[in-house]
Design a protein around this ligand. Structure first.
Ligand code: 4NP
Length: 171
């Protein structure tokens, strides 16, 4: 999505009483539940709980009903985030129920574009990397599932930066 389109989308959302955000990754056990937990913490720390509805979901259905990956929970807990999301798959009604649908990497974004039922729905899809500061040289939130501890730490670094910038833009 072009910068101009994102600016317009953000400007429209700023006027809303409640902003509903869905974070999406492949499995919904590492990156997107971490994004949900980080975003909740930032929103709470700024006293903005009432303005945001936050959820996460996965493109795949392998882990439906599970808590986030143990490694993701451990790394997140060390930074003060308790991840309690129960894994679920993206559904087409999500495009009605959320204002912003944030994919973690290009593969998530193309899967979401394919699933979007209307052009209006497609226009709600945006990449998480869009919100990460330029200095972090991030073009996606990389999948940590087959990585070591550094992969999980990198995900949290990128999400903390991106979510803080997103809240700044929307509030
Ligand atoms: P996530 O990571 O998309 O960040 O939740 C993954 C979790 C599980 C799998 C792939 C990625 N998996 O293939 O089971």
């Amino acid at each position: 999505m072009s910068d101009n389109k994102i600016e317009k989308l953000i400007a429209r959302l700023k006027g809303k009483e409640k902003i509903r955000i869905l974070f999406v990754c492949l499995g919904n056990i590492c990156r997107s539940p971490a994004a949900e937990g980080v975003m909740r913490a930032i929103v709470e720390s700024r006293g903005l709980e009432g303005r945001f509805e936050i959820d996460s979901a996965g493109m795949g259905g392998w882990h439906i009903g599970d808590l986030p990956d143990k490694r993701m929970r451990v790394h997140a807990r060390r930074r003060g985030y308790e991840l309690t999301h129960i894994c679920r798959q993206v559904r087409s009604t999500d495009f009605d129920n959320f204002d912003l649908i944030i994919g973690m990497d290009d593969s998530n974004l193309s899967d979401l574009q394919e699933l979007a039922p209307t052009v209006e729905a497609e226009n709600k899809i945006v990449g998480m990397a869009t919100f990460v500061g330029k200095a972090m040289r991030c073009d996606a939130i990389p999948d940590p599932y087959y990585e070591g501890a550094e992969g999980f730490e990198l995900v949290l670094d990128l999400l903390e930066d991106g979510c803080a910038n997103l809240v700044d833009l929307l509030s």
